[in-house]
Design a protein around this ligand. Structure first.
Ligand code: BES
Ligand code: ZN
Ligand code: ZN
Length: 483
């Protein structure tokens, strides 16, 4: 799919079809289509296809970015059924030109996403070219340059999100820690600014990453610690992302019931998001240094599986009582966060499908933001809002620590309370954050939107690519502030 910004008036542009966005419910801008509207009883809601005149009317609920994404998505979904190659439309401009154009591109590219690798019959769309007329824009603050920046940003962000979705959607039989390492190396090969180091179990042993290793023990597939990095010439800050990369989570000996095990191929979503983020950062040439530490392993059962009652000595030297082998993500993250802090980050963000409790509490569309620095959490929340991802800040309190106390070790991997599981998981991770990094750390629980078993908004069935857009948008905000 290609986007083109054209100075010509919409009527002078040649295309197979035209999309008209309907914002005004009294439809006064479309007088010439009055008869058609009356015949079709169209009142400006949803889509109306005018095949005779090769026009599609699409409802635009507002000029906010989410409405732009949705309208653009709906236009594509309607037209992909037809045999057309090109379409034209007027530009939609909300508060910020860059963000409006980015939203437009995102909507279309998300509409074009499908995971049909395992379908015998594949549906492909003939739509290749989207021509946007900039002529009719009356807005004073419109600049063509900004529109082009927006389109490019939208394309990069949406493609990176779709890249993440493809990894998450891939089946556990094929997507092992070794495959994740292979993909990370491929990413580095394709982008000269990205470097990749892959570490095996010998390295994990040498680094005393015993919590990570314990989770892997009963798996037929060896674990990998994957370190991706990118450094711009004029880097302003060092940001380290840590991603939970459970290529399958059966629960281990604390085995999940059958219904709950389903979708656990998506337990690699945190690591997959980190890969999408570094891809976008490199393509946008952001003036930052970005590292991604991915903890890739399966959580399986077997004679050599780690057990409830075991005590593990983590890389930080903190001993952990295992009370439930299904609370494995925090064990992998504990060791990866330890490794990540050695890189001396200015900002440390971990992403994980960490708890079912987060999905129960916030629903399937919202990720949780946790940490110790309220300003940092709030500014991340603001950035996520504009990005099209939904988040909610969950606040720690001094009483939560009590709930993860262990009688025999420094901390327990489960809470003694059945309530507030997303927060107690966050508090567990906090134990592994050193004093110097307490204020520089964010924990994102993306368990809800990482994978949803029905399409919603402009997101298709399955993986949602959660984390990619909000984090990259936040990085862009950091750079704006540094100016
Ligand atoms: N990967 C799961 C969390 C999860 C559940 C993500 C549902 C997405 C959808 C995680 O490893 C897990 O099983 N957590 C347990 C923790 C509990 C044993 C303390 C949970 O949430 O039930
Ligand atoms: Zn689990
Ligand atoms: Zn898990």
């Amino acid at each position: 799919m290609k986007f083109e910004l054209n100075d010509k008036k919409i009527n002078e542009l040649k295309a197979d079809f035209e999309v008209l966005f309907v914002q005004d419910k009294n439809l006064k801008n479309f007088k010439e289509s009055k008869a058609l509207f009356e015949l079709a009883k169209y009142k400006g809601e949803g889509n109306l296809l005018d095949l005779a005149n090769k026009r599609l009317f699409v409802e635009l609920k507002g000029l906010d970015y989410e409405s732009i994404r949705l309208a653009s998505f709906n236009a594509y979904k309607e037209l992909e059924k037809l045999d057309i190659k090109s379409l034209k439309m007027k530009a939609i401009v909300g508060d910020c030109v860059v963000r409006s154009f980015a939203a437009l591109a995102e909507g279309m590219i998300f509409a074009n996403y499908k995971f049909d690798k395992y379908k015998s019959e594949k549906k492909t769309s003939s739509l290749e070219k989207i021509i946007i007329s900039s002529e009719e824009i009356n807005s004073k603050n419109f600049s063509k340059e900004e529109a082009l920046i927006g389109l490019e940003r939208g394309e990069i962000l949406a493609n990176a999100t779709n890249f993440t979705k493809d990894i998450v959607n891939e089946i556990p039989e094929n997507y092992t820690p070794l495959k994740m390492a292979e993909d990370a190396l491929k990413l580095a090969k394709e982008n000269k600014n990205i470097k990749c180091e892959v570490y095996d179990e010998k390295f994990l042993k040498k680094e005393k990453m015993n919590a990570f290793l314990a989770v892997n023990r009963a798996s037929a597939h060896p674990p990998r610690l994957i370190h991706l990095s990118y450094k711009a010439k004029n880097s302003k800050q060092k940001i380290v992302f840590v991603g939970k990369g459970l290529t399958y989570d059966s629960g281990g000996l604390s085995l999940k019931p059958a219904d709950y095990m389903l979708t656990m191929k998506a337990d690699k979503s945190g690591a997959s998001a980190a890969m999408g983020i570094i891809k976008a950062v490199a393509e946008l040439n952001l003036e930052l240094e970005v590292h991604c530490i991915l903890g890739a392993t399966e959580n399986m059962i077997g004679g050599n599986a780690y057990k409830p009652d075991d005590v593990l000595i983590s890389r930080e030297g903190v001993s952990i009582e295992v009370r439930n082998t299904d609370a494995e993500g925090r064990l992998v993250l504990a060791d990866c966060l330890s490794y990540a802090q050695d890189l001396k980050p200015d900002l440390l963000i971990d992403m994980a499908t960490l708890t079912g409790a987060c999905v129960v509490g916030l629903g399937e569309y919202t990720s949780a933001i946790m940490g110790n620095n309220e300003n940092l959490q709030n500014s991340f929340y603001e950035a996520s809002k504009k990005s099209g991802e939904y988040t909610c800040v969950l606040h720690f309190n001094p009483y939560l620590k009590e709930l993860v106390k262990s009688n025999i070790a420094d901390i327990s991997n489960t809470s003694s309370s059945r309530y507030g599981g997303a927060l107690t998981a966050g508090i567990f991770l906090d134990k592994f954050i050193r004093k110097d990094y307490k204020d520089k750390w964010l924990h994102l629980d993306i368990a809800g939107p990482a994978y949803v078993e029905k399409a919603w908004g402009y997101t298709s069935f399955g993986a949602g690519g959660a984390g990619v857009r909000m984090c990259v948008n936040y990085l862009i905000e950091i750079l704006k502030r540094a100016k």
